[in-house]
Design a protein around this ligand. Sequence first.
Ligand SMILES: *Cc1c(COP(=O)(O)O)cnc(C)c1O
Length: 479
Amino acid sequence: MIDRTTAALSRAFAHANAHLNGLDTAPVCATADLMTLRQRLGRPFEEKGIDPEQVIDELVSDVSGGILGSAGGRFFGWVIGGALPSALAADWLASAYDQNAALYACGPAAAVVEEVAGAWTRELLGLPTKASFALTTGCQMAHFTCLAAARHALLKEQGWDVEERGLVGAPQITVLTGEAAHGSIDRAIRLLGLGSRSLVVLATDEHDRLSTDALVSHLESRKGEPQVVVLQAGDINTGAFDDFGELIPLAKKIGSWVHVDGAFGLWSAASPVKRHLVKDVHLADSWATDGHKWLNLPYDCGIAFVADPEGHRGAVSHRASYLTHDEDARDQIDWNPDWSRRARGFALYAALRELGRSGVAELIDRTCRHAKALVDGMSVVPGVEVLSWPTLNQGLVRFPDLRAGASELDHDRHTDAVIARVVATGEAFFGGTTWRGRRAMRISVCNWRTNESDVRRAVEAVKAVVCKPRIENHFDPVI
Ligand SMILES: *Cc1c(COP(=O)(O)O)cnc(C)c1O
């Protein structure tokens, strides 16, 4: 009799291949609704278990229609990458090895793989050689890790040991950021006990960049107090970058800690064509990015970098008598907020080897070209207005309501209705956003699989929806 694990893995392998090979023909949107999924999956929880193969087969049939085509090339929603072949395969191995990547002692090779992959990434992104790093679940937790290091270092300067004393009675830390900041910054601050009120949102200019004047006047007004400045390398709407060369030295002169949110944008450093966008970003104190977006690792992998390893370690490290710490090896628990954790370094290591330096650059440049081609293609369709041409891999368009006398609200509703109808075609997936007070469709290209044919299909889908005559009913924006 075939071993049960082998049987279950074989079924999973067959299903995974069927899914991946069907991506080009399957609808990219969900086709099963919430009720259907609940009905199918919400089986009675039985007294008696069943065969692993049957578990896998039934899982696959129950979730069918509820899996978005985000692994494929026609998915342009949010900022979501796919999974490179070796990264996906290495991630399967990480599950099969089932190492606890907390310590060198619990998974020696996993620790070294992570140590090497982190160092490669640091070099690829042009960050200081001495910077420490941590592989987290995502950029949100990378922010959390970096800002814990910031909290540690800034309060230490004030003579306050935050790890020992906590925040009650501690000097107040202010976090300055621009309007384009991602919501994960606010959450990281909340989770660190700094409170949302410590966040000061400053004005941005016409290019969505943090205004120098606004930043300087705020920094000056609180001189001597602990301050963190969070800068943006690639915002989610337009892919805007703050002016690192100007802002970082100004902030550091006043003694602030500068953190950079580069969830996807930091990867521009890997491309000779786009590298100018992150010029001088290496001057910051910490950086957060993602492996699971533009590098195309399977979920999940974020990466935190901290220029001063002592601050990083001081905030995060843990020593306990029952743990076996190695003298020489890198114990991940010293850099990561988690204890037991997945060996996500395998996928990062694999992806970097599969692509090589030139392959990462090519991935960045290619996806940027596709973003440009998508916006170019849509721009000539009557009824499409381009709000932001991609300078990176993000673009914004809007669908004005062409009826005479249509209001801003009509344009917003029409834009949302068109997005929903495009998604419902199953041909391409886009999301919406509010940018400068107006609704828009986001075009975000991150997937290594996206090719010219995907771009053509997506443009055709938008064209078909925008040009299709239909009965207007604004009280019921039918999807
Ligand atoms: C996605 C994203 C985040 C959050 O990253 P997660 O990996 O989802 O935790 C933060 N900032 C920006 C700019 C992002 O695009």
